[in-house]
Design a binder for this molecule. Structure first.
Ligand SMILES: [Zn+2]
Length: 400
């Protein structure tokens, strides 16, 4: 099958082409990409895209499927971060295997239909929840294995790693082939907590993924602490930090020092622009003044991989969303000025998160898997302005 006259953004082509391209698919792979031939009578199996944009399938590397779709029964009355924590802590009594399975599977279904091929979810695993949530994740991983690459990350406060329970969590995520992670809070013991987590991960060859600095407090410098710990331990497995909001509110020289350390430590950053916009700088009866996001441009200019994720979806942390990364990208473009050119930033929801997850990058080039999203939009303005409900998703060479 040939997809004729596709508009593929330059970062996704194996080699640069001017203008539209024709893409040949055989079975589940792309076998050729070449400059588009002029419109002509076609083989009935071929498809003229008429200049429509084609993107590789999305990779959502920071989600919370276990919290998704709980807003109706656990709303956040004041929209604050603390309000969200309180509402979801109380909701956890409902988190049986059946409840989790139904909500998490619905989230996967939405992601898949919107064109996501791989997804990483954090799982809240305080004592009492670990076996239930991990069990459901494993069931879903098996049921969805042919459609979606799934990774799970532990999410607990780092002090919970200090005793035997920390070993149990690390062993469980090692057996799962998962990633070790948790929420880092600024406190004098943070370096010691990180030493413990990095040792647990190193012993089990695990990658790390932390929630850090999701706050407007400029004194919160957990990203810097993680980078220092990675360097101190010569930790050689992939390390990712999500949120990093307070970095945007720190003095220039502090920022520069942290970015240099993050670069030296080889840490990747995930920004969650929509959740941060919703939660940060929120005070009753006061208009927010701050966009809440980390320093996406400065990190990118330093050569640090920066991905964009969905984060929460219709729960107390974020009442909106549909697990559609295009929608997140469109909003992120406004929040973070991710244009000029747009195609520089599209890797944030495709190839960069793929690199963070350690999976196939997802280029539109010969030899790559035929996993693509076909849009009727021919320009970025149209792509990011219209709902794109008519998109067509190709997985393993076939329309889903
Ligand atoms: Zn998160």
């Amino acid at each position: 099958m040939w997809l004729r006259r596709a508009h593929v953004p330059p970062p996704f082509l194996g080699q640069p082409y001017e203008g539209l391209v024709d893409i040949a698919i055989e079975k589940d792979r792309i076998i050729a990409v070449q400059p588009a031939l002029p419109p002509a009578p076609m083989h009935p199996e071929d498809w003229d895209l008429e200049g429509g944009i084609v993107l590789p399938c999305f990779v959502d590397c920071h989600t919370h499927l276990d919290k998704a779709y709980t807003w109706e029964r656990a709303p956040n009355p004041d929209g604050t971060f603390t309000g969200a924590l309180t509402a979801l802590a109380a909701d956890r009594i409902h988190w049986t295997a059946a409840d989790l399975y139904q909500r998490m599977e619905f989230a996967l279904e939405r992601s898949y239909r919107h064109g996501t091929r791989a997804l990483r979810t954090h799982l809240d695993v305080p004592p009492g929840q670990l076996a239930i949530s991990v069990g459901v994740f494993q069931e879903l991983q098996q049921a969805w294995g042919d459609r979606m690459t799934l990774q799970a990350v532990s999410l607990i406060s780092l002090d919970l790693f200090l005793d035997e329970y920390g070993e149990k969590v690390a062993d469980t995520f090692a057996q799962l082939g998962g990633v070790l992670g948790g929420v880092a809070y600024a406190n004098p013991d943070l370096p010691a907590h990180l030493d413990r987590v990095l040792t647990l991960a190193k012993d089990r060859h695990l990658a790390l993924d932390f929630h850090v600095d999701e706050t407007n407090d400029p004194h919160s410098q957990c990203l810097k602490a993680v980078a220092e710990a990675v360097i101190r331990h010569q930790f050689s497995y992939p390390v990712t930090c999500g949120h990093c909001c307070s970095l945007a509110l720190q003095p220039e020289e502090v920022v520069k020092q942290t970015i240099d350390l993050v670069k030296a430590a080889g840490i990747s950053i995930i920004s969650l622009p929509t959740c941060n916009l919703y939660l940060q700088d929120r005070q009753a009866k006061r208009t927010p003044r701050w966009r809440g996001i980390t320093l996406i441009h400065e990190l990118d200019q330093a050569g640090i991989p920066v991905a964009i994720g969905h984060d929460n979806c219709r729960d107390a942390f974020y009442p909106l969303g549909d697990h559609d990364l295009l929608q997140i990208f469109a909003t992120a473009t406004l929040i973070g000025h991710l244009d000029n050119p747009y195609h520089h930033w599209l890797p944030c929801i495709t190839t960069t998160p793929a690199r963070i997850m350690g999976i196939e990058p997802g280029l539109i080039a010969p030899g790559s898997a035929a996993d693509m999203i076909l849009f009727s939009s021919r320009t970025y303005g149209e792509l990011l302005s219209r709902p794109q409900s008519d998109r067509q998703v190709i997985r393993k060479g076939r329309l889903i």
